[in-house]
Design a binder for this molecule. Structure first.
Ligand SMILES: Nc1ncnc2c1ncn2[C@@H]1O[C@H](COP(=O)(O)OP(=O)(O)OP(=O)(O)O)[C@@H](O)[C@H]1O
Length: 474
């Protein structure tokens, strides 16, 4: 996949979501210690004041406005070929799962992911006459496999061969991988794209099918109870939607015909990562001991690595000095490499509790999120090389046709004849290539298709360099 264009610089957008006091906190007599400045995206806690892109909840903007203001443009961008990432960060029990909708059950519509799915399918419905769509989802979690040593692993929440496991002796619910199945590997392609080898990519064609994937994966997440949240997510969960589209550049309407329809097509592919991070708790607050304590330390290690990446990317001085960005320090940061300082439009939602007993954690979350606002990304349209070449070819054809028109009156009939022959030859050769590509695509799986596209692209480039360019020069 080629990333076309120079790319726009854009900062990571940060929104704060303040949840209301929950029953437990009210029962403990907690007081509200967070103030939102009316009409401004500003939060105050003690003597500290922070400004963000948006603040929702507890008299900031209503939570219901979050999707329209922060996420809808990312979904639109997917259709233009831009990758996007939404990250929910915050201490355990602060509302990350609630905000993201990763605890999705029985068609519940609250949360960002269910709303993304609704809008996505509505938009597909309106565009389906001029664009062919393919949608895939994957759902993984980065968690700790608790055998004798705690080890950070990527687990596939959609793997049908994995067994659902209730609560184990160490208090862990989640999936057990069938023995002998190779673990999921994080790989980086030669052009810097991070991929997951061995994770399930489910092809979906309806809202119902996508919702079923979200529900299946949500039920399989590793959870355990802590003092602060009795359904605490003990993992970083990443729900990824891949949108592939074969777009008609000049749509042909019913009744009209296009002499060379395949040349009007463009292939785009973009991914939306929806990330529900594990809670950033401190062990003594959550009453963690034994395995849960070690687990907390490890989860914090992933978040610490994420903090170090944010720090390296968010500090202007460090960035100018070209300081090393420690993406490789944890699987989490490796997976998010593209989303932080890379090819993605990224929104972070910092979830906080207003309760005074959580004041210290809330302050840490706000400081962490504030640093993330300085990260600059460079998102670009993910157009495959084949499409770029096709577009070039189409432009050259248009040029030849304009040339033909211009010479029509004045030139000798021989010259006009030669031009006509060249155009006809170019159109026929291009149609052959496009037919070949469509046949390949029909036979291949989506993963092979990308390789096939690359092969066909090579033949197009070959064709271009040796057949088309000389025609234009002469
Ligand atoms: N905006 C909100 N409005 C009402 N209730 C909320 C809101 N956000 C969270 N809650 C409630 O707070 C509790 C904790 O929320 P949630 O499980 O989403 O936290 P979390 O940050 O995902 O925790 P963990 O990291 O431990 O998984 C839940 O009972 C949830 O219903």
């Amino acid at each position: 996949m080629e990333t076309g264009g120079g790319g726009e610089d854009c900062c990571v957008k940060v929104a704060v979501h303040v949840r209301p006091l929950i029953a437990d906190e009210r029962a403990q007599g907690c007081k509200d210690c967070v103030t939102v400045i009316p009409g401004k995206p500003q939060v105050q806690i003690g003597t500290h004041s922070f400004t963000f892109d948006h603040v929702y909840g507890s008299t900031g903007s209503p939570s219901s406005a979050m999707f329209e203001e922060c996420i809808a443009s990312l979904v639109d961008g997917l259709f233009q070929g831009y990758n996007a990432t939404v990250l929910a960060y915050g201490q355990t029990g602060s509302g990350k799962t609630y905000t993201m909708g990763t605890g999705f059950k029985d068609g519940c519509q609250t949360g960002i992911i269910p709303q993304v799915m609704n809008v996505l399918f509505k938009k597909i419905e309106t565009l389906k006459h001029q664009t062919e769509f393919q949608l895939h989802v994957s759902f993984i979690e980065v968690c700790l496999l608790s055998s004798r040593i705690l080890k950070e692993e990527v687990q596939d929440l959609l793997d049908p061969t994995c067994l659902n496991k209730p609560e184990t002796a160490n208090g862990h619910a989640g999936k057990v991988t069938v023995p002998g199945k190779p673990p999921i590997q994080i790989r980086e392609t030669s052009n810097g794209v991070i991929t997951l080898a061995g994770s399930t990519e489910v092809s979906v064609s309806s809202l119902k099918e996508m919702a079923a994937c979200l529900e299946q994966g949500s039920l399989s997440r590793a959870t355990g109870s802590t003092n602060m949240n009795n359904q605490s997510s003990r993992s970083h969960a990443i729900f990824t939607i891949t949108l592939e589209q074969m777009r008609k550049l000049n749509p042909v309407f019913p009744g009209e015909s296009s002499p060379n329809e395949s040349m009007n097509e463009e292939y785009l592919c973009a991914k939306l990562h929806l990330v529900d991070l594990a809670g950033s708790e401190r062990a003594k607050r959550t009453g963690s001991d034994g395995l849960r304590f070690k687990e907390g330390v490890h989860i914090n290690k992933g978040l610490l690595a994420l903090g170090n990446v944010i720090s390296a990317l968010g500090d202007d001085k460090k960035r100018k000095e070209g300081v090393h960005v420690p993406y490789r320090d944890s699987k989490l940061t490796r997976l998010l490499q593209d989303s932080l300082g890379g090819n993605s439009r990224t929104v972070m939602i910092a979830c906080i509790s207003p309760a005074d007993i959580n004041a210290e954690e809330t302050l840490n979350t706000l400081k962490y999120a504030n640093r993330a606002r300085n990260i600059q990304n460079k998102p670009v349209v993910n157009r495959d090389p084949m499409s770029s070449e096709m577009i070039k070819m189409r432009q050259q054809l248009e040029y030849l046709q304009a040339e033909l028109c211009a010479r029509g009156g004045g030139s000798s009939s021989d010259e006009v004849q030669v031009l006509k022959e060249r155009i006809a030859w170019l159109e026929a050769a291009n149609e052959d290539l496009c037919r070949e590509l469509h046949e390949y695509r029909g036979r291949c799986t989506i993963v092979d298709q990308r390789e096939t596209d690359a092969q066909v692209c090579n033949s197009i480039c070959f064709f271009w360099n040796f057949s088309v360019s000389p025609l234009l020069i002469s």
